[in-house]
Design a binder for this molecule. Sequence first.
Ligand code: SAM
Length: 264
Amino acid sequence: MPLLPHQDKAGWTAFLPAAERARAARRAERLRRRYGLDALQRRSTVAVFANNLALLERLEELGRGVALPGGAAEPLRALDVGSGDFHYATALQRFLSRHGGGPARAVDLLGCEVDGHGIYRDGHSRADHARAHAALASEPCGSVSFTVADAAELRLPPQDVVTLLFPFLTLYPLLRWGLPLSRWRPRRLLRRAVRALRPGGWLVVSNQTSAEFERLRALLEGQPVELVRQVPFATDLVPQAERTADRVGSLWRRMELQPDPASG
Ligand SMILES: C[S@@+](CC[C@H](N)C(=O)[O-])C[C@H]1O[C@@H](n2cnc3c(N)ncnc32)[C@H](O)[C@@H]1O
């Protein structure tokens, strides 16, 4: 496993206008305490740290007032579809384990990425990096793991939560990323994501633009999910170049399937 590169976090808000830095630092400090981010702070670049903070803040907003599925007695089972290098594994794990207050809940989180074999400058693969981020995110109760696979082909027990952060719903980003056209099956991927959920489970999706969110809504039409909430997913905690002002996060709930009256 690669040693995750580290950068000092002093002055990490330097990209912000001077008047906004103190407030950003206060937000980061609240998140660090609330979600136990010390290990991440010690073992991350500024970009990875800031991305985790931003994701936690947005997930908090998305899940506000909505209870996570499943009972506290069982570990919560979660699947992240299309994890890239899973650099946000800590944010996802901490959000799921601490959402709603109370003692931290055990979480079994699996990140899944079809394109895991690209080689980074340090000679390690994307999958190696993803496993290192998963290991960093792990807590004594529960597990965080990563697999290289097509998420549509995974066979897993029913999940409490399935997340898709910035999935390829339109063709251009997929081709820009370098995936072959044969990998572009968004309707199928979403259908499988919904099917992986147990009734009451959460489907969490983030989209780059509101137009892409409308595409998501169309693709989910006819699927047994209902929209619980959508919130802006834009953030000012990462530098300008990485922000998209129009990002949308959405939370969907898997509905109970009604028994078919014809089947008696
Ligand atoms: C835009 S990237 C988002 C990466 C990551 N979620 C993030 O927010 O940084 C979309 C990712 O989904 C992956 N992907 C696309 N189809 C997939 C599939 N069927 N199974 C698993 N991963 C897939 C792509 O390879 C790519 O890494």
